[in-house]
Design a binder for this molecule. Structure first.
Ligand code: HSE
Length: 405
């Protein structure tokens, strides 16, 4: 029997305990050992709940118990999670976490400590919730040079954009609905400003190239400026708008960005709707592979955490090699990124055609029947810096959205 401790009895922590209990026998068979939750660390007490007999308030109890072989960190936030995980690894215990902030910022360092102590630090649930993506990147796609990762990495914003697309609803209304359904926090900033997706693409890009990608270096735009009118144009062009986290290896280096992007109906991510996430990975030998599923929620996230616990039980005494060095990967300059842009402009296309074609070359104009006083067009592929230089010269410019092909 392998004893484990769960740090945090919130949504994910209680999910981990539930999955281990519900699937106890199957998990024991796959792990080759029975897994027992010996302690649950939480500030609170849970009187009347059977979990109460396992609750401890002092982390030292867990650290000092040589019977505890795996520590499961599901508290969130950087501290005290970082200190707790570090201490566990240094004490010869493996650790598993769902904490994307912790992994994005300190993943390389924690992996190094795990390696030095011949234990494991696994974090499948930190990206894409229940979708297996970390393990496939580490273990299955090792024959390939990864040339691109593009993902719908945030369920809350995907739910909101899907509602705007399907119902013609505006941003404020769908945010309210997302909050009522419990998808969006009362302070929805991390989701709607793209910060959550940014941390996730930082982790995936670090793993793809084996070096540290700092999320502060990733150009990040959220969905707060996307309107119901953008979706009217998108519909006319058989496109949708998704918040994408993307990294792409090109001659200049690796580009990484998070932004709402227009994608056509032929794009593999086009029909990924509601709270679902999906991650499209391109390899130079494999071609395209896509991972799809629930990117958040109690049981899907717990399922990924438990899969790490099982892996750690199976690899007791062996370190699972994960290539992610602390050395920083210098990303290619965002200004050099080449994309098409969807552009909305005030006025009449007949009057501005010459000016626009002089700035952006040959473009086709698009007008929506029920949208007056403006029109839109899509540029040819151009560098961000060139687009920005021309955009400031464009009379009546309203907004722009990246077009992803
Ligand atoms: N807020 C995140 C989402 C939760 O909406 O996808 C999972 O990280």
């Amino acid at each position: 029997m392998v004893n484990i401790a769960v740090l945090g009895y919130g949504t994910v922590g209680s999910g981990v305990v539930e999955v281990l209990a519900t699937n106890h026998d199957a998990i024991a068979k796959r792990a080759g050992e029975e897994i027992n939750v010996k302690y649950v660390l939480d500030l609170r007490d849970f009187p009347g709940d059977p979990i109460q007999e396992k609750i401890v308030h002092d982390y030292q109890v867990i650290l000092d118990d040589p019977d505890v072989k795996i520590v499961v960190e599901v508290m969130g936030g950087v501290e005290p999670a970082l200190t707790f995980v570090k201490k566990a690894l240094l004490a010869g215990k493996s650790a598993a976490t769902s904490n994307k902030e912790l992994v994005a910022k300190h993943g390389a360092q924690l992996l190094e400590i795990a390696r030095a102590n011949n234990v494991n630090f696994l974090f499948e649930a930190s990206v894409g919730g229940g979708i297996p993506i970390i393990r496939p990147l580490n273990q299955s796609l090792t024959a390939d040079e990864i040339t691109e990762i593009t993902g719908i990495l945030n369920g809350t914003t995907n739910y909101m954009l899907t509602k705007m697309d399907n119902d013609g609803a505006n941003y404020a209304d769908v945010l309210k609905q997302a909050q009522e359904k419990g998808y969006a926090e009362r302070n929805p900033e991390a989701d709607v400003e793209g910060y959550d997706a940014c941390r996730k693409i930082a982790i995936l890009t670090s793993l793809a190239y084996g070096m540290q990608v700092d999320y502060e270096d990733i150009h990040t735009e959220g969905i707060t400026q996307i309107t119901d009118i953008d979706f009217k144009y998108a519909k006319l062009m058989n496109k949708s708008i998704k918040l994408l986290g993307m990294s792409r290896k090109e001659d200049q280096g690796v580009f990484a960005l998070v932004a709402p992007m227009m994608i056509g109906e032929g794009h593999p991510l086009y029909s990924v709707s509601d709270v679902f996430n999906a991650i499209l990975v391109k390899g130079n030998a494999l071609g395209d592979v896509m991972f799809y599923g629930r990117g958040a929620g109690k049981l899907p996230t717990a399922s990924a955490v438990v899969s790490d616990i099982v892996d750690e039980v199976k690899h007791m005494g062996t370190h699972i090699m994960t290539e992610w060095r602390s050395e920083k990967l210098k990303l290619a300059d965002y200004e050099q990124y080449v994309s098409r842009f969807f552009v909305r402009v005030k006025g009449d296309p007949e009057e501005s055609a010459a000016e626009i074609r002089a700035l952006f070359g040959s473009v086709e104009f698009c007008q929506a029947e029920d949208v007056t006083g403006e029109y839109a067009f899509i540029t040819a592929p151009m560098k961000v810096e060139d687009f920005e230089e021309r955009q400031v010269q464009l009379q009546g410019f309203i907004s722009r959205i990246f077009v992803n092909e």
